[in-house]
Design a protein around this ligand. Structure first.
Ligand code: PLP
Length: 437
């Protein structure tokens, strides 16, 4: 498969190069040159496939030419090694729980797949590669965990001092081995700025080969299709004539965009709902066709505090016609008080604990199902993207005691932080990178 830059269709690269570069030199996102169609027979027989086989069939065309079948099989084994339960909340409303991975967030899937691919390509490379990640808290943990002990890969994580939760800090700073954490005396923008400067520093790049692992990387985007297929497979086991509506709590829109790609490959999906917090650039766009980002607002579903979602261009590439896009996708926004109320309500009525992001997804699904005159075969699934314990400080106080502490976290909290403190000044970061080569 070839990938082209969305800013210049003549710039084409292989999967491996798209993975290594992240973003095209013209700053365009990479996009597959064609969208493979799965056969109807495959879709009809989905329930007969074991989950790893299913994932293989879905992603193989995207890596063909770069990854041999047996290596892809190994990579999928490493990626999908935790469950993706579908939990019934109401009669036709299900939570697709994506938080059973090592850092309790859906980003574990993309991060693990990307890490395994890079690790594989690095086997043939005698020089180690360094992955630089700036994080405001959540992404860094999933990436660090994904790359943990991958040979020939070093990871340097930059996080803003005192601006991440205790739990997040533990996830970033306690791994050791090939994962180095830098506690930057500044905010997230300072961290991002240091990473940017390093990528522009030609002299430094001669000494140390650098890459990024941010969410627009094709190797993080594409594997997110897996769980849409897995959800469909679980649902048709129960009732075969259902048509699914997926509601996706969205920030940068990578997760939703992966679902829409799965649908274009042939997964039967009736509709997508993009659910956002008050960062509502896309809901406004869906109303009037005008793309007009405002400054990002802080909310309790803070992994979605994105004003200018970088993956949305991929969605408009999948659906260039606005009318067609509106037929495939609706978008709704919800405030923090609505989110809190939903968490309380669902706990009271169903004894199910939503995290703030999942709550936004739930509300989007509910609104869509109520608004449209639904055919009886419609079934709703919202993506529950994080374990509620990760956002326990955002959950109403009286409910916090109801949230179980997963074993992985109990162990994590006992570990000791190891991080190097650095100022936000580029020279000290540069010196650090050169000295720790
Ligand atoms: C990153 C994240 C999201 C948003 O996903 P996008 O792919 O950026 O839209 C939603 N929920 C949680 C918990 C996240 O960490």
């Amino acid at each position: 498969m070839w990938y082209y830059s969305l800013k210049n269709s003549r710039h084409r690269v292989s999967f491996q190069e798209a993975l290594n570069k992240g973003l095209a030199p013209d700053k365009g996102l990479y996009f597959p040159e064609s969208i493979p169609k799965l056969s109807e027979r495959f879709i009809q027989n989905l329930s007969k496939y074991e989950i790893h086989q299913l994932a293989f069939e879905v992603i193989y065309p995207y890596v063909q030419g770069d990854l041999k079948k047996e290596f892809l099989e190994e990579i999928i084994q490493k990626t999908l090694n935790f469950p993706f339960p579908l939990v019934a909340i109401d009669q036709d409303v299900h939570a697709l729980e994506l938080f059973h991975g090592p850092t309790l967030a859906f980003k574990d899937v993309g991060a693990a797949f990307m890490a395994a691919c890079l690790g594989h390509f690095q086997e043939k490379n005698s020089a180690p590669i360094t992955v630089l990640v700036a994080t405001s808290g959540d992404t860094g943990g999933a990436v660090a965990r994904g790359f943990y002990k991958v040979p020939q890969v070093k990871v340097v994580i930059l996080y803003p001092s005192k601006k991440v939760s205790e739990l997040q800090e533990k996830q970033l700073t306690t791994l050791g081995e090939n994962i180095e954490a830098l506690e930057i005396e500044g905010d997230f923008d300072d961290c991002q700025n240091l990473v940017k400067c390093a990528f522009l520093d030609k002299e430094l790049q001669k000494e140390r080969s650098l890459t990024s692992a941010n969410s627009i990387n094709v190797a993080r985007w594409l594997p997110q299709m897996f769980y849409y297929f897995i959800a469909y497979r679980s649902l048709i086991e129960k009732s075969s004539d259902k048509k699914i509506v997926f509601s996706v709590p969205s920030g940068n829109f990578g997760n939703l965009c992966a679902g829409m790609l799965a649908a274009q490959m042939g997964l039967p999906v009736r509709h997508f709902v993009a659910s956002t917090n008050s960062n509502d650039t896309i809901p406004r766009f869906m109303e009037n066709g005008v793309y007009e980002p405002k400054t990002a607002q802080t909310t309790i579903s803070n992994a979605m505090d994105v004003a200018d979602p970088s993956n949305f261009v991929r969605i408009t590439q999948l659906h260039p016609d606005f009318k067609d896009l509106r037929n495939s996708m609706s978008a709704y926004r919800f405030t923090d008080p609505e989110t809190i109320e939903t968490i309380q309500n669902i706990w009271k009525r169903k004894s199910y604990m939503l995290d703030p992001h999942g709550a936004v997804g739930y509300m989007g699904l509910e609104r869509y199902l109520k608004r449209k005159n639904q055919e009886p075969s419609t079934i709703g699934v919202f993506l529950e993207t994080a374990h509620p314990v990760k956002f326990i400080d955002k959950i109403p106080e009286e409910l916090r005691k109801e949230i179980p502490m997963p074993d992985v976290l109990k162990d994590l909290m006992k570990k000791h932080k190891k991080a190097q403190k650095l100022s936000r000044d580029y020279e000290s970061f540069r010196t650090y990178l050169l000295d720790t080569r």
